[in-house]
Design a protein around this ligand. Structure first.
Ligand SMILES: *Cc1c(COP(=O)(O)O)cnc(C)c1O
Length: 418
């Protein structure tokens, strides 16, 4: 689907003009399309129809309750990385039996919460975590369902900060250690082995590393079977890439069909944990041009969104397309130049885009595209900036799903010394 679309010099999300959203809810504002979210999920569901599989949306990509609710209604499971994400999932009525818990630093409290909630599986990332989980489960007189997250040591061919499957990464247990740990897990009271898990990185645009990882993991599955350790599921994590600017986005089927081929006849349920692919291109960040600064070595368009709202350009040098969403009607004289699109935050790294050729005037609305994943979820209050409002568009209606923060809420947990 085309998202956003243009008509008569105006930019629309579904049938709502972004200028109306700015007028009603202010800027900066995250805007999501329900239809785009549905379509992204359906791309997985269509390939997996009739197959024993579960798509667990990785909440960290965008944890908004409205987004989680949309996925829960579509029957998705969830991949969580904290007790906070578990609370969010339960708050929208998610089925605990469809929740998997990833992450290298699970606390005993988080383990208790997840065990008492009856989640589907803990993706255990180290031996000490396995020991702690066994102890916590015994204390509750329960058995913790586990997969070990193994590190298959494949190069996902992505940015070093978002590549997780190499042996120098902090994630998962080393491949050579996995069999020993499974044998140990099989003897631990409080542990019930359910499956095996890997997640090799993010924004993966070449499906081949998935197949390489799966082939390695299946060798391990066979070794475990020879040890009498039978698994119910295999979780291949997330990491499916999206188009930001010039990338070619492989269809979901080109990742999944070869995977399903390899799993045929094995009786293993397939779990996936996509985040970015489900929401990244379903959201944009709407921002207004405050000032144009020209005459120096560079031309700056200072906008009202900043690195605290969308950190990816500053953090990874990530590229997002930026388009004119609505020209300011009171300003006829636009300047066609190459602009640095920067925010008000006091850091030179505070940019949303560099060298963008646009015809701009103060007051114009810009849309930073592909901002639905790791946008709002990584936002902060740096420079005492309240977090942006969030709006979900559904057909002709725009729903405010997160009010803009007030300054007061920023310091409500603080107090001066007595
Ligand atoms: C971040 C993460 C995901 C989601 O990654 P995407 O690239 O957004 O699909 C899935 N599983 C685990 C364990 C993760 O850490």
């Amino acid at each position: 689907m085309s998202f956003p679309s243009f008509s008569g010099g105006q930019c629309y999300v579904e049938s709502v003009a972004l200028s109306e959203i700015a007028r009603d809810f202010g800027t900066p504002c995250y805007v999501y399309s329900r239809a785009a979210i549905d379509a992204a999920f359906d791309e997985f569901a269509d390939v997996l129809r009739g197959i024993d599989a579960l798509v667990c949306y990785a909440i960290k990509a965008n944890p908004g309750l409205a987004i989680l609710d949309l996925f829960a209604r579509k029957g998705a499971g969830f991949d969580i990385v904290s007790g906070g994400e578990l609370e969010r999932a339960l708050a929208v009525g998610a089925d605990p039996e469809k929740i998997v818990f990833s992450g290298v630093g699970k606390t005993a409290d988080e383990m208790r919460f997840a065990l008492n909630s009856g989640i589907c599986c803990f993706n255990v990332e180290s031996e000490p975590e396995l020991d702690r989980l066994a102890g916590v489960a015994v204390g509750l007189d329960k058995k913790a369902p586990v997969s070990l997250r193994v590190n298959p040591d494949v190069d996902a061919g992505t940015h070093p900060y978002i590549s997780t499957g190499l042996k120098e990464n902090k994630f998962g247990v080393a491949f050579q250690d996995a069999q020993r740990l499974y044998r140990k897990a099989a003897t631990l009271p409080g542990i019930e082995i359910r499956g095996i898990d890997c997640h090799i990185g993010s924004q993966i645009l070449d499906p081949a590393p998935f197949f390489e990882a799966l082939d390695k993991v299946l060798l391990l599955v066979d070794q475990l079977a020879a040890d009498g350790i039978a698994l119910r599921h295999i979780d291949l994590g997330g990491g499916f890439g999206i188009r930001y600017t010039v990338e070619t986005e492989p269809p979901v089927a080109s990742y999944l069909r070869p995977i399903l081929e390899r799993l045929r006849g094995r009786g293993l349920k397939l779990l996936l944990e996509p985040g970015r692919r489900l929401v990244g291109n379903a959201g944009l960040l709407l921002t207004r041009v405050e000032y144009l600064k020209t005459g120096g070595a560079k031309n700056f368009a200072v906008v009202d969104a900043a690195m605290n709202d969308l950190m990816r350009p500053a953090l990874y040098g990530a590229l997002h397309d930026i388009v004119l969403a609505a020209p300011d009607a009171s300003n006829a004289a636009r300047e066609l130049r190459e602009w640095e699109i920067v925010g008000p935050v006091c850091e030179s790294g505070d940019f949303l885009g560099k060298s963008r050729t646009l015809s701009l005037a103060p007051g114009d609305l810009l849309a930073v595209l592909s901002a639905g994943a790791y946008g709002m979820s990584m936002s902060s209050n740096y420079n005492s900036r309240p977090r942006a409002a969030e709006v979900v568009v559904d057909g002709a209606r725009a729903h405010l799903v997160r009010r803009r923060e007030s300054i007061k809420t920023l310091y409500e947990n603080e107090s001066p010394l007595p």
